[in-house]
Structure formats: C-alpha cells, structure tokens
Design a binder for this molecule. Structure first.
Ligand SMILES: [Zn+2]
Length: 324
C-alpha cells in the first residue's frame, strides 16, 4: 500500500466524462474514507451533461486491488436458509418498512432460469434462489468468499478484473448487481460484458446509491452511504445509467428508489462520530438501538411520501440489441 500514491489528484482538463464523453465537468469536493479506515483523499467531479459523479483520477487496477485487500471475508458467508428466505411475505413486509433493497423481492425468475449474481459478496441471495430451483451462479473478486461458496457446492467464479465477466456468451436470462456498478472503474466495459453474457431480451438489474437523493444534499460530506471513497468510483443517478444503457444495447424497463434505514443510520453515524473513520465496524452507537431504528424507519417512510428520489436507486435494464 505504501508504494501507491493514494489520493493524489489533478484537474481533469482535457479529460472527458467516463460515461457520456462530455467535456464540461465541475469540481464537487474531496472525500475521505469514513467506513474502512483507508487514509487519503479522493476528488469527485460532476459531468454537466449527464450528471454522473466520478472520481478523478480514476483509481488504477493496482490501487483498486490494494483497496480491496481484506474488504470482505468468506467466513461471514451465511449458507443455511435465513428467516428472510423462508418467509417471502414477511421479508417483503419487513423491507417495505425498513426500506431495504433486496433482489429476493424483485428479481423475477422462474425455476430453471439461468441467473448471475455479479459481485455476490457474502449475502444470502444465491442460496435463496438455488433453493427455489433457479440455476444461479455468482462471481466475486475476493478469493476467500469464492472459496467459501465453492466449498458449499455453489457455482461462484473468481473475478480477475471487475470489467471481465468470467462466463460464456449468451449464458444468462438475468444478471443482477447489487451495489456493484459504482465500484467499477470502467462501467462502459462492464455493460458491454453484461450484454455479451445475457441472452436476447435478458434483463440486468442494478442497484446503486442515488446521487439525486435529497439525503446527499442534507448530509453533504457525511453522505457516506453514497460517497464511500475510494471504493465508490462513481455516484450515479437515473440519467447517467440511462446513457450507459442506451450505449450498450439496453432500455430502461423499470426504475424505483428506496432509502434503507441502515443507510440513514450510517450517514447519521458519520455526522455523530466525526473522529471515527471505521464506521462499518462501529458498535454501541445509540442510533443502532432497536427503538431508534424503528423510529427512523417510520420517519423515513413518512418523509418518502413526499419525495420521488431516494437513496438507493434500482433499475431493470432490458437487452434490446446485441453489443456492436
Ligand atoms: Zn457525462
């Protein structure tokens, strides 16, 4: 890590927006890592044309590899069916209350469908879909995570480069990426790859932090659920994802957004515990107490009656043409 020039930056003069190619970009400020304790500062810019927010300089592959060393741990993998997988109706009701965005609630697939969870991490989704007869595979960049899945007999492949999907052409009916796209340094390359591995009329679901959320304005630099520098290379909203989709043979079939109370709590902790730069590991904050969480969830659901943009944006992108 010490050999890397973490956090160095220079104005992106002459450099285009990585999403739409626009040349007018506006300085948005620098962000620090408040969640995992990496030292450094990372600078974000906003494209005036498509409103994508992005780090510049974009981290190199070597820098990203250093950031992700130890990012997640296969020992946290939950392989036995969770309560959320056993009781679909209760899970959906709970998520309506909590605001959580969960692919088990909205990825519509039949048994025998071929599905890819790209960037699967240690979530319980693969075992859930497998228990329903779905032919699901996963891919992740952390070797210990991949090893843990494979030891349990699940089909999960190791990602060598985030923009290269380690599966054959036209293999999947559905690909979903939960909180993954914003981590990708070359999203055009990844969308091209998703188009390649999807069958005709296949569907890609993406869930990303929403830069148009009013919580970004309210929390500013404390909007750490969205910024999460340096791991989040981009902060998206509907417009730049629509640009990406159109450029790679997709159309937006559906979109919606929701603010998980856990994201609101994380942003609150960033504001309350300003000297803590390892918030993902913080225990004992009063905002984590159950009555506080319940009150926050109720408040969120009430306020969201008056907003159309929420913190977590979900889009269903349908493949309408093969990649050129
Ligand atoms: Zn742009």
């Amino acid at each position: 890590m010490s050999s890397l020039t973490l956090g160095s930056w220079s104005p992106p003069q002459g450099h285009a927006c990585p999403i739409c190619g626009g040349h007018q970009v506006v300085f948005q400020g620098t962000q620090r890592d408040r969640r995992r304790g990496l030292t450094g500062e990372w600078t974000f810019w906003e494209c005036a044309a498509c409103s994508a927010l992005f780090q510049y300089p974009i981290p190199s592959d070597d820098e990203l590899r250093a950031f992700y060393a130890g990012y997640s741990n296969g020992s946290a993998l939950r392989l036995s069916p969770t309560a959320g997988s056993r009781h679909d109706v209760l899970r959906r009701l709970y998520h309506l209350f909590s605001g959580d965005v969960d692919p088990r609630d909205f990825v519509k697939v039949s048994a025998r469908a071929r599905v890819l969870d790209y960037g699967c991490g240690v979530a319980p989704y693969i075992s859930h879909f497998r228990s329903r007869g779905v032919l699901i595979s996963g891919a992740d960049i952390t070797p210990s995570v991949v090893d843990a899945y494979q030891a349990a007999g699940m089909h999960v492949s190791l990602i060598q480069r985030l923009e290269e999907i380690p599966f054959a052409d036209a293999e999947f009916d559905v690909v979903y990426m939960m909180q993954v796209l914003e981590h990708i340094a070359r999203p055009n390359d990844l969308l091209q790859e998703v188009n390649r591995v999807l069958k005709p009329a296949g569907v890609l679901y993406v869930a990303v932090p929403n830069a148009k959320s009013p919580w970004r304005r309210i929390f500013g630099k404390y909007w750490v659920a969205g910024w999460f520098a340096p791991y989040h290379v981009f902060a998206y909203s509907q417009q730049p994802i629509s640009v990406l989709a159109a450029a790679h043979g997709f159309e937006v079939a559906q979109s919606w957004s929701s603010t998980p109370e856990s994201w609101l709590r994380l942003n609150m902790k960033a504001w309350l515990h300003r000297s803590n730069n390892r918030l993902d590991f913080l225990v004992g904050s009063w905002v984590d107490y159950l009555p506080v969480r319940m009150a926050l969830a109720v408040a969120l659901r009430l306020t969201e009656a008056f907003t159309t943009e929420r913190d977590c944006l979900v889009l269903a992108l349908k493949k309408i043409s093969p990649q050129c």
